[in-house]
Design a protein around this ligand. Structure first.
Ligand code: HEC
Length: 322
């Protein structure tokens, strides 16, 4: 709460409350708690929930100073010194039943008069974050080059780094793979990186069909074999896919022997083994996956003990057992 002082001046003036001269709004102490209570739930770094990625609403993250400064997918939301031109202020001052009102009605309490005054004063005073930095997750390396555009996420940077080291890829190259039932798609227009999945016809994912990946193996960044009858043996193809970033083997009968084929996947960030038959013994094969960020093990045969053991080798990975 802000402190106000009563000046001891004679007459009516003494009734005026004026802010203490030294009390510019302190972002971290005064504004951030409001963001945390009423905004950040929907405006924060992407996270996984039940195997799905939840993205920040409108591409706007309010959990980091650099992110607030960058703005949303529509551009900047803050004009230092000018609350009237700041989307951030505009949205919270609309009538509560307006579709654009923030926080959306029923989702969090509207800002109080006092919080609004605080927001306004903070922007008028220059929208200074003080020493607050916030989350560095997903922060573009060269923030100055991002120039108000949507920040490039960490994963996009990973893809870019890999793509730069690969030759272009002609769509005709992967025709045999598509013919055998796989779906192949570029990660973005012209990218030499592709995703491969058999979700449209899981029954077609035979050992032979999966082996067909060999024709474009270094280009495969995402592979989804979930719900197929892929065998441990068929996973030997993974020895040829060093650029794999995401691998989904959920709801398959993949077991410990299959995981031995993953050892060399230095770029792997995401691995889904939900509902597989993997045990603690198999997790040992994952210790060399130094870039792994998320591992899903629910309804597999792995135990908390095995997960804990793996966590020691991969301190940065989020291991989800339940
Ligand atoms: C329950 C989820 C939720 C909460 C809580 C929430 N927002 Fe939002 N916000 C959204 C959604 C959804 C959108 C995109 C739709 C829209 O533009 O109205 C959005 C859009 C915005 C935008 C517009 C970005 C742009 O440029 O298009 C701003 C600014 C914003 N929110 C600020 C806030 C602030 C400030 C708070 C807290 C006081 C807040 N939001 C709380 C869901 C939320």
């Amino acid at each position: 709460m802000r402190k106000f002082a009563f000046l001891s001046l004679p007459g009516a003036l003494s009734l005026l409350a004026v802010p203490l001269v030294s009390s510019a709004v302190e972002f971290e102490k005064e504004v951030l708690p409001v963001f945390e209570a009423k905004c950040i739930e929907c405006h924060r770094a992407p996270y996984e929930e039940n195997g799905r990625t939840k993205k920040p609403k409108a591409g706007l993250r309010m959990d980091a100073a650099w992110a607030i400064a960058l703005g949303s997918e529509n551009g900047s939301i803050l004009k230092a010194g000018d609350p009237g031109k700041s989307e951030l202020y505009f949205r919270v001052t609309l009538p509560h039943d307006d579709d654009d009102f923030m926080p959306p009605s029923g989702k969090a309490d509207p800002l109080t008069e006092q919080e609004l005054a605080l927001f306004k004063a903070w922007i008028e005073e220059g929208a200074d974050f003080g020493g607050w930095v916030g989350s560095t997750e997903g922060k573009p390396k060269d923030i100055t080059n991002a120039g108000g555009k949507v920040p490039v996420s960490e994963i996009q940077e990973v893809y870019k780094g890999i793509a730069d080291s690969l030759p272009a890829l002609d769509e005709k190259t992967w025709a045999p793979l598509t013919d055998s039932g796989a779906r192949v798609a570029r990660l973005s227009t012209k990218s030499p990186l592709v995703s491969v999945d058999f979700r449209l016809s899981p029954e077609k994912a035979t050992g032979e069909a999966i082996g067909g990946i060999a024709i474009i193996a270094p280009h495969v960044a995402e592979l989804d074999l979930s719900k197929t009858s892929v065998t441990d043996g068929a996973l030997s193809i993974l020895k040829e896919t060093p650029n794999l970033v995401r691998l989904n083997l959920s709801q398959t009968t993949i077991g410990d022997a299959g995981l031995a084929n993953l050892k060399g996947l230095k770029n792997l960030r995401y691995l889904n083994l939900y509902g597989s038959t993997v045990t603690d013994a198999g997790l040992k094969h994952l210790k060399s996956l130094s870039n792994l960020e998320a591992l899903y093990l629910w309804q597999s045969k792995a135990t908390p003990k095995g997960a804990k053991e793996l966590q020691k080798a991969l301190p940065n990975a989020k291991i989800n057992l339940k």
